[in-house]
Write a protein that binds this ligand. Structure first.
Ligand code: ADP
Ligand code: GN1
Ligand code: MG
Length: 375
């Protein structure tokens, strides 16, 4: 009786929840959201009177993040910095960036008996998190991601750890794919021959952004690196992108990748693992809406070269993500959470279909960026 509801498969949660002092009676915890990496739960507390209070509890993926303590240092550094900026601009720091609830013994995160790191954040209420969006909402998310980059323009990048080394190094992703294909640990290489050929034919593309970085054409900035639509909370009242979440990969990177990853995920009308590829189509009108929003949010902060490479950011993030899904499939689905055996292969195929579409419409993409960069 009166025991909080905790899903049976997650008994470790009892230990984790006991590490925190909650403001009211703990009702329970349920799995939450559509992230592929962390273990995310919504925790519900009910005061004697008034509305329930919610929290987000996250266990960090040890497959993705080998140094979670460093990642949490980044998280604290970035959110503290943003809180000050937001307050200076007259915003609400409690709604416009994430904050941590300390454990009973005053620590910013909890390490469980298996060594997994957990963090608790207040649930940002009166917001929505979308898997796909109307052009208006997509543009709102673009303004928020552009603004995020602008807000962090003077952040001391040297204080940041690199939570995943070579995260958006597309050349390195290509090499890791080649190794996985050769090793063929699960005997899946023959089945993915078409997808493998697609990647091998684009080896030169994988160097485009890395080469521009080496040549000093593209600057390193502090970037988010995982700018999916579902990593933005949209205010239900105003329809504005109020809070950028999922800060785990925020580190020095390329602005074109933040632009590009949003396009990869949001500039189409299909699920990331859609099996029917006839439904997977790059929507250039959504690309246009995002471009408009991102450039407005970035407030003129991008160089001419960055503007010029934005369409490449979209192509490369989509190609790279497809390569990552395919590599994980070849290696036995150890990185991305999957809900059925072929899911990573399905995800890879949607990405490659979108790459083809972007290749076909590359000139039009450039023309749109030019129009908004000049306008
Ligand atoms: P993952 O790294 O697994 O993608 P996220 O940090 O993106 O994890 O969280 C997963 C989902 O949980 C988000 O897409 C969002 O729906 C929800 N979420 C995370 N943090 C909050 C928060 N503070 N308030 C409201 N919803 C949140
Ligand atoms: C993961 O954590 P989530 O679900 O927001 C991944 C991204 C991929 C994305 C593909 C740390 O994002 O890099 O682009 O899946 N995050 C990490 O949907 O690897
Ligand atoms: Mg996420």
């Amino acid at each position: 009786m009166n025991q909080p509801y905790i899903p049976a498969e997650d008994l470790i949660l009892e230990e984790v929840l006991a590490a925190y002092e909650f403001p009211a009676t703990l009702v329970g915890a349920v799995r939450y959201g559509q992230g592929h990496i962390n273990d995310t739960f919504c925790v519900l507390c009910q005061p004697k009177e008034g509305d329930a209070v919610r929290f987000i509890l996250q266990g960090l993926s040890s497959a993705a993040f080998p140094h979670p303590e460093e990642l949490m240092e980044n998280f604290i550094g970035i959110t503290s910095y943003l809180r000050e900026k937001i307050a200076e601009d007259g915003g609400d720091p409690l709604r416009e960036t994430l904050s941590l609830v300390n454990t009973k013994d005053g620590r910013p995160f909890y390490t469980d008996k298996h060594g997994k790191v957990w963090r608790l954040t207040p649930f940002i209420e009166n917001t929505d998190c979308f898997q796909s969006a109307t052009p208006e909402l997509f543009e709102a998310s673009a303004r928020a991601f552009g603004r995020f980059q602008y807000q962090l323009r003077d952040f001391p990048a040297s204080t940041l750890h690199e939570p995943i080394v070579n995260f958006h190094n597309t050349e390195d992703r290509f090499l890791k794919f080649e190794q996985a294909l050769q090793a063929d640990k699960l005997g899946r290489a023959a089945e993915v021959a078409d997808e493998a050929a697609f990647v091998l034919a684009r080896k030169a593309d994988c160097s485009v952004a890395m080469q521009a970085l080496r040549d000093g054409v593209l600057p390193l900035r502090v970037t988010h690196n995982d700018t999916k639509l579902n990593n933005i909370l949209i205010d239900r009242t105003t329809g504005e992108g109020i809070c950028v979440i999922d800060l785990d990969t925020t580190m020095p990177g390329l602005s074109i990748n933040d632009f590009g990853d949003s396009i990869r995920f949001g500039a189409n009308h299909s699920k990331e693992d859609e099996k029917d590829l006839s439904k997977v189509n790059f929507d250039i009108a959504l690309f246009e809406a995002y471009t408009r929003g991102f450039l407005a949010g970035a407030q003129g902060g991008l160089t001419a070269a960055e503007l010029d490479y934005l369409p490449w950011g979209a192509r490369l993030m989509t190609l790279e993500c497809g390569i990552r899904f395919l590599t994980d499939y070849l290696e036995g689905d150890t990185y991305f959470r999957t809900h059925y055996p072929e899911q990573n292969l399905d995800r890879c195929r949607t990405q490659f279909k979108l790459v083809r579409d972007m290749e076909a419409q590359f000139e039009a993409m450039h023309a749109i960026v030019k129009q908004y960069a000049e306008g």
